[in-house]
Design a protein around this ligand. Sequence first.
Ligand code: ADP
Length: 654
Amino acid sequence: MDDVRDGSPTVFVTDRTSSPLAFPPRPPRRRGLWLLPLLLALALVAGVLVALRQGEQTERLDQREALITDALSVRQQIEQRVDAERQRLKSLAQRIDIQPPTAAVFGSLPEVYEGLQRSWISVTWLDANNRVVAQLPEGPVASRNTASSGLSAHLAQPLANGGSLVVRYSPGVMLRQNVPWWIAHKYDVRLVDTAGAVIASTFEGSIPEDRQSYSLSLVDAMGSDANLELIARDRIKPWYRSLPVALIASFGVLIVLSTAMLRRQMREVLRAEEAWRGEAAWRKAMEDSLNVGLRARDLEGKLVYVNRTLAEMLGYTPQELVGLAPPMPYWPPDTLEATMERHRRNLLGEAPPEGYEAVWCRRDGSRFPVMIFEAPLVDARGNQIGWMGSIIDLAERKRLEEREQRQTELMAHHARLTMLGEIASTLAHELNQPLTAIAGYGAGALNSLERDGGADPVVLRALRRLGEQAAHAGAIVQRIRHFLTRREPELEPCDINAVVRGAVALLRRDLNRANILLDLRLDAPAQPIVADSVLIEQVVVNLVRNAADALTSQDRERRIDVATSLSADGRFVRIDVTDNGPGLNGRRIEQLCAPFYSTKPEGMGMGLAICRSIIEAHHGALDAGEAFGGGARFSLTLPVALIPLAAVERGSDE
Ligand code: ADP
């Protein structure tokens, strides 16, 4: 409980298992949640590294496969071209064998001419002694074809006369002519001899190390030890070169993810904070509305929190009380030692669990009794950090109890007086006739004796005394009756609902104790009736008490309904007292209202008789019957309008 006003520390109340005020423990699932983004980031980085590495390897393998396939295809094309040249040379040789031309004509042979146009650098005709018969082109061989590569290869074809034809051609030119454009686009292609010297190449300059290459021997194709080498133009980017981009991208994703998580977390925190604020405000309102004082003390007994009720009870402000250590200013000065002793006992945890009574002093010095309940104060981790006390001001309760006691006694006194009056009235009624009879018989006997004469004067005097004593007894009874008779109703406007509420309030405690549910349905209008509210209250009390008596031995639910209503014509108000007890078993109101009729072991049997006389004195009526669904119903009706009551007397008394 955080008191904002006095800034006292947060306090958690006592019972750690059931306290609704203690914060619930954080769910364990969430404790390591903050690590999740880090773990996700690490997993993502590892995943990116592996994926990049694998990507590079796959790319390298794919490129190598394509390289091999393309190299084989190029070699095949070169082989086919060299074969074609070899065939052409062969057919030239055959022509020479069939009809050897002169050296001059040799140059004009179409095969020679076309060959030179195509790719031959030179063609040399040698005789059997390897002497040159003819050579084209004439002079030093420095033609266009050699200029591009500087290196050449040759084809030789033997002649039937033992001579031979030797053709020199440029592998570079052949390479350029036979490498398809798409291969040239993808690869640098070159011919290399076994010593590593470049014979022909589709490009100039050296080749960087980081490009993939593949070489194939052309021994079969060209008859020389040349190798065909394809070098991929595309470099495979090492995986770590793509790392920054991939990482930035993944971190981008991660940032989006963690922002979303953070947003969710923030919302949860805000919601929790809102709930906490609501709870704090609710607690504060609750504490302030309590009429029980609360105080929290630390383990040394220093006050760390007091609620407003306690402060007001003592006449201080909470700020003045918080921080105080024993001896407290509200301890009575004359019992300081005993109070200190009790304080020590409480700090040892030995305060009686059912609470103890003490007397405290207000700021103005006045004393008042309090009831104190002590309980350990624990923090959110379950450690005891002090003591929590709830304090009830007993002064008000005692005052109320005394008032209630006085009222009950007054009512009992009233009831006794009324009953006595009723008894006297009944006795007077009952004794009147025998006394009149005694007086009558006495007078008769006296007359007869006097008429006959000669009667013993002692007897006559005795008879005369008898008549006088009977009359005297009758007068005494009448006098007592007049003295004790019920008082005249003191009529005044009163609210019938308020009268019923007052009667029920007097019995509330007894009904609660007897576990009886009381239902009030006050439907009568607030318009006042003219009646003696004290007497009507007595009637209602009597009827409700009778109903409660009828319910005492009942095991099932005990219930009494008290209802007020206005009659349809608006001339009478009605009070119904209904219970769900054993009912009246066919007994009628006359029997129940007969004086001294009671079925209770200690019953006087005058209650209903008195009720009826009071109601009739108000020109009303009392009725009884079975309640709907079992139980008894007693109903009384009273006129709303004022009726002159000057001559109100019970008919039976007259
Ligand atoms: P007492 O209460 O002293 O017995 P009362 O005149 O008030 O005298 O009641 C007379 C009798 O009427 C009771 O003893 C009881 O048998 C009967 N009676 C009164 N109220 C009820 C009720 N609600 N249910 C059943 N019986 C009742």
